[in-house]
Design a protein around this ligand. Structure first.
Ligand code: AMP
Length: 468
């Protein structure tokens, strides 16, 4: 079995690895490190949680230390481009620990904060620069930074760059790099645009792939709970009353929903914090720190804000809302079961979101178990027709944009309920409105999708109220 000492990594790095407690390389590290050390360009297909950061940082640091080139002000020797500030900070922290016995310097630049310290770091000279695309281009334009001495170029989370609209920025960066350079390219999935980009950047690359695209990590036990929209918050609170859900990341689609969910949890006595793109960098960092250090049990996040967050010990990921992008599901639940532990992924699914679920099941080639044994089980959601993702998205987003002040047409008092959460007269999935009470315990559905009551930790204990 391969160990780190089997790699041709220089001694100061081996020493640092012992100190951080890594003994055995992860599969992506086992494949990638020797190839990078041999000088190959690399195409790595891997999601976060697989150890990909060390897979590219370790060989680069080792090669860099043995080269004669020296750092110069404003001219990094390594550029690591990454989509989010959180991921940039994370990679920078990893560099500091892997490289702590080396004389190299590491800097990180990202937007949303003042540029003063970042500019100072660049003036002083840095060997490795971790950057998000916007701030990178900004500082280049202001002549605080040049890329013509870059020896190694890493593009991390390329598919997420695409999702976040950074393709144009990346295309602007590429011509600023020297033609002769060593390239490493990482992506969790390889949609066509990303394949084209990889071909533009890489020269005769070696490909390493640890998890096939859009398959989910096996150690994560996944389940679905069908619920009406109006009951979602109550179901979430109900689940979180169970202390087996020790450290839980809750995903939502919209920034304001993140705040609303977090407030509701706080009011229910569940310590939580929210992160999303409208929060200041300081507030986001504070929320992450509180969650990391167990000062709050629940972090409510949108996809973009949470990208790249690497927090140990997340026991559960709850999709409060499903994304219409199936790959996001894979990324989200990949936040638990990191570095070899087990984890749970629970999705709260309305009738409309069932169409997203069907797409996720198709892409990940799996059927996700349905748990009916919960007090807000919705028969109408479970039985909703599956639409195309596009149709479902139009319905869900159309309704989000409508003002819902005052309860609108959705008359609360009448409790016309269950399917009524759909709130649209023409909604196909609302075709069979079931009253909310019909979906409560004691009125088990006669049939639904493949389902059985949960016998798993983290879910079952909480379902007391639903038991006969
Ligand atoms: P990454 O996929 O790079 O975000 O890494 C996921 C997590 O695994 C991080 O917390 C790393 O510190 C940790 N990790 C990476 N490589 C190893 C290793 N060989 N042994 C133990 N933990 C590791």
């Amino acid at each position: 079995m391969t160990q780190f000492i089997d790699f041709n990594l220089i001694e100061p790095i081996q020493k640092a690895l012992k100190e951080v407690g890594y003994t055995k390389p992860t599969p992506i590290q086992e494949q990638a490190i020797p190839l990078v050390l041999e000088g190959h360009d690399l195409l790595g297909i891997a999601q976060t949680g697989t150890g990909k950061t060390a897979a590219f940082c370790l060989p680069i640091l080792s090669l860099l230390a043995t080269r004669m080139t020296r750092r110069e002000p404003k001219c990094p020797r390594v550029l690591i481009l990454t989509p989010t500030r959180e991921l940039a900070i994370q990679i920078h922290q990893n560099l500091l620990s892997y490289g702590k016995h080396l004389k190299q310097k590491y800097a990180v630049i990202f937007g949303g904060v003042g540029q003063g310290n970042q500019v100072r770091d660049l003036q002083l000279g840095t060997d490795v620069l971790v950057a998000t695309p916007g701030r990178l281009l900004d500082l280049i334009q202001q002549k605080h930074l040049k890329l013509d001495k870059v020896e190694f170029f890493v593009l991390d989370e390329a598919d997420r760059m695409l999702d976040m609209g950074f393709m144009r920025d990346i295309r602007k960066v590429l011509p600023l790099l020297p033609a002769k350079r060593h390239n490493l390219f990482f992506s969790a999935t390889m949609p066509p645009e990303i394949q084209t980009l990889a071909q533009t950047i890489l020269k005769n690359p070696k490909k390493v792939e640890v998890t096939p695209p859009a398959t989910t990590v096996k150690r994560i036990q996944q389940s679905v709970m069908f619920v009406d929209k109006k009951d979602k918050l109550d179901l979430l609170v109900h689940l979180l009353k169970n202390e087996n859900l020790e450290k839980t990341l809750v995903f939502v689609e919209m920034k304001h929903v993140a705040d609303r969910v977090s407030e509701k949890l706080q009011k229910s006595g569940i310590l939580s914090a929210a992160i999303h793109g409208n929060k200041s960098q300081g507030a986001r960092q504070r929320a992450i720190q509180d969650f990391t250090h167990d000062r709050v049990r629940v972090l409510v996040a949108t996809d973009i804000a949470s990208r790249g967050i690497d927090i140990d010990g997340i026991t559960h990921v709850i999709n409060f809302e499903l994304s219409n992008v199936a790959e996001n599901y894979v990324h989200r639940i990949g936040r638990t079961a990191r570095a070899g532990t087990d984890g749970f992924g629970i999705s709260l699914v309305t009738g409309e979101e069932k169409s997203y679920l069907a797409n996720i099941e198709r892409i990940t080639r799996q059927k996700i178990e349905v748990i009916e044994d919960q007090p807000y089980h919705s028969v109408s959601a479970a039985r909703a027709d599956v639409m195309s993702v596009g149709q479902a998205k139009a319905q869900i987003e159309g309704r989000r944009q409508r003002p819902s002040r005052g309860g609108g047409a959705r008359g609360r008092a009448g409790g016309s309920g269950g399917g009524g959460s759909n709130g649209r007269s023409g909604g196909r999935s609302a075709g069979r409105p079931a009253s909310a009470s019909a979906s409560r315990p004691g009125s088990r559905p006669s049939s639904s999708t493949a389902s059985r009551p949960s016998s798993r930790p983290g879910v079952q204990k909480s379902s007391g109220p639903s038991r006969p």
